[in-house]
Ligand binder design. Structure first.
Ligand code: DIR
Ligand code: MN
Ligand code: MN
Ligand code: MN
Length: 318
């Protein structure tokens, strides 16, 4: 079994510097050793970086800078990522995309969808990331990829994203961990009937109940579908994942964060994961032992990201 890894060294989807450092920190913290120790081979595609991107000057922009910040550069990065995740999926490899901010998910998921036509997505996040340029309070694209994947931001309307085709239907996604959703996002989620499990639901049903309901929802048509997880680490509680740019109290516990992954592994349908919004400038250096005394190091949240990858690759507790 082989893991295809691609880093997205990009911060332009949000405000804070640091998130672009995550892919390198996650690798140097021990990801590749952990992957080997779990008996996987890997194929590392390196990092997509903004400095290698040529921006085309465009005469007119539909969206003002404030509505959709850095659209050109984000669009160009996501086109590369789209091509890379579809290549990885084409080879039948498990695909790991290391962000960068969550704005990379429209690129990673649209690329996977080319290969896995019936892909389902579990979106783990404190936020619902379904703003459009019209509703976004920030203009930050990391709060918009879900809307973009649904086509709520019309195809062809965004500079840099000429190549992009919206590719998800409402029944293709479940969002877990919500607790900081903007007012207009709430309206959109209700209007379109998007399946959401807020932190209230996580407490009410337990994470086991939430995962059962998620798999039931995906199997409504009686068939199995490949599953992608888009893992925003701010879905996890700030006491566990402090190193992220938009923290919200009352999130997933460490054990719940891993339980989700182990349950998806146990379906045999897990094909791909994004791990995003890790910001190594926002928390402290730590070291942890993992598995057979493998040292993982980096900041607390970098270590967590490595552990999430390990669980996604079938690391178990026994
Ligand atoms: C907020 C923050 N809803 C926005 N979104 C974040 O800017 O649209 N998503 N942090 O992960
Ligand atoms: Mn997010
Ligand atoms: Mn978030
Ligand atoms: Mn907010």
């Amino acid at each position: 079994n082989t893991v295809g890894i691609v880093g997205v060294s990009v911060k332009e989807g949000q405000n804070l510097p640091g998130v672009e450092l995550a892919p390198e920190k996650i690798r140097s913290g021990g990801l590749l050793e952990v992957i080997k120790s779990l008996n996987w081979d890997y194929s590392d595609k390196g990092d997509i970086k903004t400095e290698n991107i040529q921006i085309q000057e465009r005469p007119s922009k539909i969206y003002k800078f404030n509505d959709f910040k850095n659209a050109d550069v984000i669009g160009a990065v996501n086109e590369k990522l789209h091509n890379t995740t579809s290549e990885i999926a084409e080879l039948g490899q498990f695909c790991i995309t290391l962000g960068g901010d969550h704005g990379c998910a429209s690129g990673s998921i649209s690329g996977l969808k080319k290969v896995y036509k019936d892909l389902k997505v579990i979106w783990i996040d404190a936020h619902s990331d379904c703003n459009t340029p019209e509703t976004s309070p920030s203009g930050n694209y990391h709060g918009m990829p879900v809307a973009h994947l649904f086509g709520w931001i019309p195809d062809g309307s965004v500079p840099g994203f000429d190549w992009f085709k919206s590719c998800l239907q409402k029944e293709d996604i479940v969002i877990i961990g919500l607790r900081d959703v903007d007012k207009e996002e709430k309206t959109l989620l209700a209007k379109h009937g998007i399946k959401c499990f807020s932190m209230h639901d996580v407490v009410k049903y337990g994470i086991a109940g939430v995962m059962e309901k998620t798999f039931e929802y995906f199997r409504k048509d009686g068939v199995d579908h490949p599953i992608h997880i888009s893992y925003d680490v701010d879905g996890i509680d700030p006491t566990v994942a402090y190193g992220t740019g938009t923290k919200a109290r009352g999130g997933l516990l460490y054990r719940e964060a891993h339980y989700i992954l182990r349950e998806v592994v146990s379906t045999g349908l897990f094909v791909s994961m994004d791990v995003v919004e890790v910001n190594p400038l926002l928390d402290k250096e730590k070291e942890y032992f993992h598995g057979d005394n493998k040292l993982i190091k980096g900041t607390e949240t970098v270590c967590l990201a490595i552990e999430l990858c390990a669980s996604a690759l079938g690391d178990t507790l026994l």
